[in-house]
Design a protein around this ligand. Structure first.
Ligand code: COA
Length: 433
């Protein structure tokens, strides 16, 4: 077969793809850095007569017009597995173009496939090789499962998309249309940790023993943790998201993946998001095994890594240990993502640790993030029966196996001193201490 000829026949312009969109259709796109930016930037240009176009996305990289203007109401709905700042802004403005999909990351694809017919998948890919294989590049969280269950597959083939290893290969024969592009891969800048975040990071690093396998996200606290891990030995990585801090730790010699009990020698992840340096590191790197989210983030799989440590951050928790990481009261903020998955996997692993890290106050020290009760409407991201470690700038609370009375006292002990008396009084009023 001449795969190049077949590829050429499938090559179309984006206007051709937009003509394939119809009313009441369900379209799923790649997430984050795997988002098809040409398609999403132009989607609002489909004829105004088209209505009820359901788009499933996750962690948008741009403020796309299809969900951010009044004209889009009734025409499009952006169903998101994870909100970003522009998604929140749209909701605050009262536009009816956004809704959230509650999910654990490892179930995203399966749940969607079981709930509806998917008409179209649009994602990105790295260029085709001589055997006709492209790769889905920086993400197969749900992308490959959806692609396999869809009638129509469109890929934006980007010269800048890293060619990745693992289960990311897709053959040209499985693709309906190709749109060639060369936009730069989206980058998210590194957040420099604050003094409080460095304090929290140092406490977490003390909990991580040599030979541990880690999951770590992005943001000030994870970046601070990484700074204190540079002198550790034989760390491994099993994570949903591959980040730049892992490249730093690999180059510092702290991560070598050697002692992992599952996939020794390999970084295991399901998506990559960061800077060009990270994408260059992932390009054609056989040391990085990208596997589907339904495998990587399955708590049972995660728990097969002995000494697994998950580090996640939260917005607030109540004094008995119910954690809310995705909303401020009933106002949706981000998403569950893989937080419950990775936490559960770590807690179940032999000698594992599930760590929730957060600053003890928010809004310039005016409110405590440890509260007597979660506000009305706040969803629980990690229920208290699964909580393990909580780390703030005031200390470490270890709650596994502790009673309501014990954990309340421990959590008050790591709350801001400015709020400890109030929390104690409230706990007494409720009758739990
Ligand atoms: N009450 C009210 N507001 C609060 C608050 C609280 N208890 N805690 C934080 N906030 C506000 C902050 O002031 C800030 O407001 P601003 O945007 O106006 O400055 C905002 O909420 C964000 O807080 P911040 O602490 O800066 O959040 P972050 O960027 O560090 O993200 C999470 C923290 C928890 C939202 C984020 O990690 C998340 O979405 N986690 C869930 C998913 C997950 O962990 N997935 C797995 C890892 S990849």
């Amino acid at each position: 077969m001449n795969w190049k000829e077949i590829y050429q026949k499938k090559k179309v312009r984006i206007d051709y793809v937009l003509n394939l969109v119809h009313s009441n259709s369900t379209i799923v796109t790649g997430m984050a850095a795997s988002e098809p930016q040409i398609f999403l930037s132009k989607l609002h240009e489909v004829p105004p007569s088209l209505q009820d176009i359901n788009v499933f996305t996750c962690l948008n990289m741009k403020d796309y017009p299809f969900f951010s203007t009044k004209e889009s109401e009734g025409r499009f709905i952006n169903n998101s597995w994870f909100y970003n700042g522009s998604n929140r802004k749209v909701v605050l403005q009262g536009l009816k173009t956004m809704t959230y999909v509650p999910n654990n990351l490892h179930q995203a694809a399966t749940n969607l496939i079981q709930s509806r017919k998917i008409d179209m998948y649009v994602g990105i890919a790295s260029p085709m090789d001589k055997n006709g294989y492209l790769t889905l590049s920086v993400g197969i969280t749900y992308e490959k499962d959806i692609l396999e269950k869809t009638d129509l597959v469109v890929l934006e083939v980007n010269n800048n998309a890293p060619r990745t290893h693992g289960d990311t290969q897709v053959h040209i024969s499985e693709v309906d249309y190709i749109v060639e592009t060369d936009y730069p891969m989206p980058e998210i800048s590194i957040v420099e940790p604050t003094e409080i975040e460095r304090n929290i990071g140092e406490r977490i690093a003390d909990l991580i023993e040599d030979g541990s396998t880690i999951q770590i996200g992005i943001g000030g606290i994870p970046n601070a943790v990484a700074q204190f891990l540079k002198n550790k030995k034989d760390l491994g990585v099993h994570t949903e998201m591959m980040t730049e801090t892992m490249v730093d730790l690999f180059e510092a010699g702290a991560i070598n993946n050697k002692k992992k009990t599952l996939w020794p020698g390999k970084f295991v992840c399901t998506f990559v998001l960061g800077t060009q340096r990270l994408y260059d590191f992932c390009n054609d790197n056989p040391g990085i095994l990208m596997l589907r989210g339904n495998y990587v983030n399955d708590p049972y799989i995660i728990s097969q890594n002995d000494q697994m440590v998950s580090i996640n951050t939260a917005l607030m928790l109540d004094i008995t240990g119910n954690v809310c990481s995705e909303a401020i009261g009933a106002r949706h903020f981000s998403g569950t993502g893989g937080q419950l998955d990775t936490h559960r996997g770590a807690v179940k692993s032999k000698n594992g640790k599930g760590i929730i890290a957060l600053r003890s106050t928010a809004k310039g020290g005016t409110i405590s993030t440890i509260v007597p009760m979660l506000p009305q409407g706040a969803p629980v991201t990690i229920p208290r029966q699964e909580l393990d470690y909580v780390v703030t700038e005031h200390g470490v609370a270890h709650l596994r196996g502790k009673t309501v009375r014990e954990r309340t006292l421990e959590l008050i002990g790591v709350a801001s001193p400015d709020f400890r008396n109030d929390l104690k009084n409230e706990a007494q009023k409720i009758g739990i201490i």
